[in-house]
Design a protein around this ligand. Structure first.
Ligand SMILES: [Zn+2]
Length: 439
């Protein structure tokens, strides 16, 4: 009797498996989509000859004209009055920095001391949706706490919530968790920074972030936190585990050490002298200037409790940061766009590109900094940041010509495809989708 019931259950299970297999076959039958635009501009900044694109199995299959003759069964999406560019890459953000209540007037304290990790995850889900709506389909997160960044990445990768592809730095080497000049010998401090790199790698990050100087929010100082042997050990340990290294430097003082230690990107730095810039360019290390976030802090100073003097100093930092970008670009330093977005800045992730053009970059160079060049920073130059056969179908449709006016990219994103799926479509209303979790 028992055996019979088991056998019956087994055959029912087999039947279910067969059904599941049949429907799985139907589902994976290649979904082919033919997209038509007014123009296609690659992440190189080049205008491509065709206006049509075929997407199959999440990747770009073909670019050209009259592609319906080669792909007669393809589903058509006509975006005929919009321009295609690759999905954008925000190379510096903090997507888990958020909360679901009004600001207390001391937003940093509220975030770090009064907001539980679960609430930060809800806010991060909203931040991810807003980031996607700006046309950002990939992002590098350079500091999070409590593993909320890994939780968000998993939810996005499983398709539970929409969001960009995330490249994570986890909890990096920050004074909050690795006090500078901590007690103990130099050798012990060197060992503890190296150990942190291994912990970040064990957690599943791709990046190690080193806060090598002070400077964040209204604090524009660039006082050194860690000595060269500490930085060198952290970089070596990170590289030995396949991590790349991003180094936070507000002032110029630590930049020669960063170059010597062989980091992969330097964030924020200003006032770097010409000989150091030449070394920087020769080393091929990326510069992520993060100009616009100081504009955002100045505009939102009430939420943080910053004074009028703080606002004036934040605004005075903008031209210094722009001047540094212009010189770095002319010196041949590779540039990537990063917003350094926190809290309510998501949705403005790409305003940074307007500063890039104001600093003297051509619109094509600004676009490269948010696409093909940023993909190279991530080590994803064979998969992301280009519109070319075989690349991931991360494509955005924008109103206007970005090579004439970069605001077509920063202000007029109408439609977003990520991995072959349409994730944002604002063609009819032109308004962002409201946040779903945090009012
Ligand atoms: Zn940052």
């Amino acid at each position: 009797m028992r055996r019979g019931r088991l056998a019956g259950a087994a055959s029912t299970l087999l039947g279910l498996l067969a059904l599941a297999a049949a429907s799985a076959v139907a589902e994976v039958a290649p979904e082919t989509t033919l997209l038509r635009f007014s123009a296609i501009i690659d992440g190189t900044g080049e205008r491509l000859p065709g206006r049509e694109m075929v997407v199959a199995e999440g990747r770009i299959a073909a670019i050209g004209e009259a592609l319906d003759q080669r792909y007669p069964a393809a589903t058509r999406i006509d975006l005929g009055d919009l321009t295609a560019v690759p999905g954008l890459i925000d190379a510096h953000l903090h997507i888990t920095y958020g909360f679901c209540r009004p600001s207390s007037g001391d937003a940093w304290r509220q975030l770090l001391q009064e907001t539980p990790a679960a609430e930060r995850l809800l806010a991060a889900i909203d931040n991810a949706a807003r980031t996607l709506e700006t046309g950002v389909t990939s992002a590098r997160d350079l500091m999070a706490l409590d593993g909320v960044d890994f939780q968000l990445r998993e939810l996005i990768e499983r398709g539970v919530v929409p969001g960009p592809r995330l490249f994570l730095g986890g909890t990096g080497i920050h004074p909050l968790v690795m006090p500078p000049g901590a007690a103990g010998s130099t050798a012990e401090r060197v060992a503890s920074l190296g150990q942190r790199a291994h912990e970040v790698a064990d957690r599943g990050a791709q990046w190690l972030k080193i806060f090598a100087t002070t400077g964040t929010g209204s604090d524009l100082s660039g006082t050194r936190n860690y000595e060269f042997p500490e930085i060198e050990a952290a970089v070596a340990a990170a590289h030995s585990r396949g991590l790349r290294v991003a180094l936070h430097a507000y002032g110029p003082s630590v930049v020669p050490d960063a170059i010597r230690a062989g980091v992969d990107s330097i964030e924020h730095a200003v006032d770097v002298d010409e000989p150091t810039l030449r070394d920087w360019a020769a080393a091929g290390i990326f510069y992520v200037p993060t100009i616009d976030h100081n504009r955002w802090y100045a505009e939102h100073r009430g939420e943080f409790g910053y004074s009028g003097d703080d606002e004036a100093r934040l605004r005075a930092f903008l031209p210094r940061n722009m001047e540094m970008l212009g010189r770095a670009w002319r010196a041949g330093v590779p540039i990537a766009m990063g917003s350094d977005a926190v809290l309510g800045m998501f949705g403005e992730n790409t305003r940074e590109l307007e500063w890039f053009v104001a600093a003297g970059l051509t619109p094509a160079a600004a676009l490269r900094a948010a696409t093909a060049d940023a993909a190279r920073l991530l080590g994803e130059q064979e998969r992301l940041g280009r519109i070319a056969p075989g690349f991931a179908a991360d494509i955005i449709a924008i109103a206007g010509d970005p090579l004439a006016d970069i605001r077509a990219v920063t202000r007029r994103v109408r439609w977003v495809m990520k991995g072959g799926e349409v994730v944002v479509d604002r063609r009819s209303t032109g308004t962002p989708r409201p946040a779903r979790y945090c009012p």
